[in-house]
Design a protein around this ligand. Structure first.
Ligand code: ZN
Length: 319
């Protein structure tokens, strides 16, 4: 009897020992597996490259899989990536171009790099020009990279003499009625807005451009006139302005009437299309007299955010 009890006790002891070993092994395996799993995560990899916890979280929450993998495979800490991601007009499809550009042009602000790449201004003007998407109506884009066909026909209406000089005969219908509202508002405030140039067709633009070119060469022509198809005047949505029959444009932007336009044009759907200090984005010299109709919603956004139409289009409208 006594022997049986002893054997039983011993067996229980062995079984218990085995159980403990098994449990310890299982816990070990689970922990080991957990560790391996964690090491396979983007979080672990980013932290071991040297990204801070905050940046790691940001990258995981904001990057698509492909870009996240690229960063991990590079195994190089690149804080530019995060700075670009935090830019208001960041476009993921352009990330590689942003990174290249800032490497080649150190000192350019991140905001400016994003704007330059988004509008394509890192390329030569007119390089790889595309057809304008005319289905966008008054939100279409014509610039040095987007052009209209020679037979593009806007919805034109004749302009009354009250609103224009002889050079401005027709313009887009919506733009025209918006202009009349703006004209009336300006008149109530005591001055007169008159259109000097409005719609110009392809052939007329070709003449303007070729005249410059034959007299002064291509470089000069390109800095003073748009190539045919690339002029906003062909859209019927743009005009050049004269205030109170003052043809002298030298002081155009220092007058209080210009300040009035700066504060009010957007309410009628108009924007100053070629602003100061944005020449590197628009491809045009500052033209305080050239206004473009884009509709009230877009004009209001542009007024509030101080961006060019090229930037707006690249971010919100270009597919
Ligand atoms: Zn103009």
């Amino acid at each position: 009897m006594a022997k049986k009890v002893r054997i039983k006790k011993r067996n229980v002891g062995i079984a218990g020992g085995i159980l403990v070993v098994i449990i310890v092994l299982i816990i070990g395996l689970v922990k080991w597996k957990e560790k391996l799993d964690y090491q396979a995560t983007s979080e672990y990899k980013l932290l071991s490259i040297g990204y801070s916890e905050e940046d790691t979280t940001f990258l995981i929450e904001n990057l698509d899989k492909q870009h996240l993998n690229n960063i991990i495979e590079n195994r190089e800490l690149n804080e530019d990536i995060i700075k670009f991601y935090k830019q208001e007009y960041f476009l993921e499809k352009n990330l590689d171009e942003y990174l290249n550009y800032v490497k080649e042009n150190p000192g350019t602000s991140y905001t400016d790099v994003v704007a330059i790449i988004n509008v394509g201004a890192n390329k030569d003007w007119y390089d790889g020009s595309k057809s304008t998407d005319t289905t966008k109506g008054s939100a279409l884009l014509v610039n040095k990279f987007h052009s209209l066909d020679s037979d593009y026909q806007p919805n034109l209406v004749p302009i009354k003499n009250t609103y224009a000089y002889a050079n401005a005969k027709e313009m887009d219908e919506d733009a025209y009625y918006a202009f009349i509202s703006m004209f009336n508002a300006a008149q109530e405030d005591g001055f007169k807005l008159v259109m000097n140039y409005s719609y110009r067709n392809y052939q007329e633009q070709e003449e303007v451009y070729n005249n410059f070119k034959s007299q002064y060469g291509t470089e000069y022509a390109d800095s003073y006139a748009a190539r045919p198809g690339h002029s906003e005047h062909q859209t019927g949505l743009a005009f050049d302005l004269i205030i109170d029959s003052d043809y002298d444009k030298t002081n155009f932007d220092t007058s209080p009437k210009f300040a009035w336009l700066q504060e009010n044009a957007y309410k009628y759907g108009y924007i100053l299309r070629y602003p100061k200090d944005k020449e590197h984005l628009t491809g045009y010299s500052y033209e305080p007299w050239h206004y473009r109709y884009v509709g009230v919603e877009i004009a209001t956004y542009i007024h509030q955010h101080n961006i060019t139409y090229d930037e707006y289009y690249a971010y919100f409208l270009e597919g």
